[in-house]
Design a protein around this ligand. Structure first.
Ligand SMILES: NC(=O)c1ccc[n+]([C@@H]2O[C@H](COP(=O)([O-])OP(=O)(O)OC[C@H]3O[C@@H](n4cnc5c(N)ncnc54)[C@H](O)[C@@H]3O)[C@@H](O)[C@H]2O)c1
Length: 323
């Protein structure tokens, strides 16, 4: 099977490309290289990998990419609340219009059998009364980012398609862990960076809950969907993670203290956080027999090691942030 990965050079995309190659897939990557392309240098000579620099908003390019493959993992996006708020027009064009165009082209091309979309648990917004939210819970998108994700997910799940075209949406928690394209604007990664480098970590609203997932498990989830029986994943949505991997920010600090004892943390009050929720991940385990392999503490240890050993020379570089 040949798989097109949009956003292939990104934080998750560059790990996913490698995971697919390891699993024996041929991979075609497309990315406009907003954050550079160094993340794919290590795989660009792999005979099973082709990379195209380009923008998914360009119809002609998308049509020619889709010709080459049997499945699509769609990750390219303006990512996160701040980046979408800063560039709302580009966010709408990419996360909604171009995504819809890509999906419609795939729907028409008989060679495309699978379409897997990178959605987010941010779609849930705040939880009611501290209860875990599941795939059936109402969605409360509280930012343009979440609104566009919810809109495209709905479009995908409600689409009428030919029988052998199988679209699936995956709602990921906040990703953590090492990638050839690092991001330090994600909670766990940022916390580990600050404390490994001896800074005082300021934590706003330590009581708020959020789910987290290791980047390698995020990549494994796409592979799981591509391999799953069509009837189990067709026009279906899965939260991707593990119910035990919901953490309050204070709990993240407690875990980090075990890795880096004696570090300095300042807790600052915050009354409201739109992304305060705990997620139930039992559906993916029950229906697809899929489980995580790495927890937050494991990801923290890996990140601490990489930073402590100086392998990331300038972890405060703006290239490690979305804006
Ligand atoms: N990282 C997380 O915590 C997380 C959580 C849930 C969902 N997601 C989703 O996973 C996907 C990947 O996120 P990420 O963390 O790797 O972000 P990222 O910003 O590192 O990767 C996105 C990639 O898409 C590319 N891109 C953006 N617009 C493009 C366009 N018009 N044409 C071609 N390429 C374009 C960028 O250059 C970038 O390399 C996104 O869809 C994101 O919404 C991420």
């Amino acid at each position: 099977m040949r798989v097109l990965v949009t956003g292939a050079a990104g934080y998750v995309g560059s790990v996913l490309v490698r995971a697919l190659l390891r699993e024996g897939y041929s991979v075609v990557g497309i990315d406009c290289l907003m954050f550079g392309g160094e993340s794919l240098v290590g795989v660009c000579t792999d005979p099973d990998f082709d990379f195209f620099k380009g923008d998914i908003r360009e119809r002609g390019l998308v049509e020619s990419m889709v010709e080459k493959v049997d499945a699509v993992c769609h990750l390219a996006a303006i990512v996160g609340d701040p980046a979408c708020a800063k560039q709302p027009d580009i966010a709408r064009q990419t996360n909604w219009e171009a995504s819809k165009m890509l999906f419609d082209i795939c729907k028409e091309k008989r060679n495309i059998k699978r379409f897997v979309f990178a959605s987010t648990c941010s779609n849930y917004g705040k939880m009611d009364d501290g209860k875990h939210v599941s795939e059936d819970s109402p969605l409360h998108p509280l930012s343009l980012y979440a609104e566009l994700k919810v809109g495209f997910e709905k479009y995908l799940l409600e689409s009428i398609t030919r029988e052998d075209f199988i679209p699936t949406a995956l709602r990921f928690g906040t990703v953590h862990g090492l990638s050839p394209r690092m991001r330090f604007d994600l909670t766990v990664n940022e916390f580990v960076r600050e404390l490994t480098l001896g800074k005082t970590l300021q934590v706003y609203g330590p009581q708020f809950w959020r789910p987290y997932i290791h980047i390698e498990d995020a990549a494994r989830a796409y592979v799981c969907i591509l391999k799953s029986e069509a009837s189990k994943v067709d026009h279906n949505v899965f939260n991707v993670g593990d119910t035990s991997e919901n953490y309050q920010k204070k709990m993240l600090v407690d875990e980090l203290m075990k890795v880096i004892p004696g570090c300095c943390v300042e807790f600052l009050p915050k009354d409201n956080d739109p992304r305060d929720f705990k997620v139930d991940f039992s559906k993916i385990k029950r229906e697809l027999d899929w489980t995580i392999t790495k927890t937050v503490p494991r990801g923290m240890e890996e990140m601490h090691l990489a930073l402590k050993s100086g392998l990331i020379s300038d972890p405060y570089s703006p290239k490690y942030r979305e804006i």
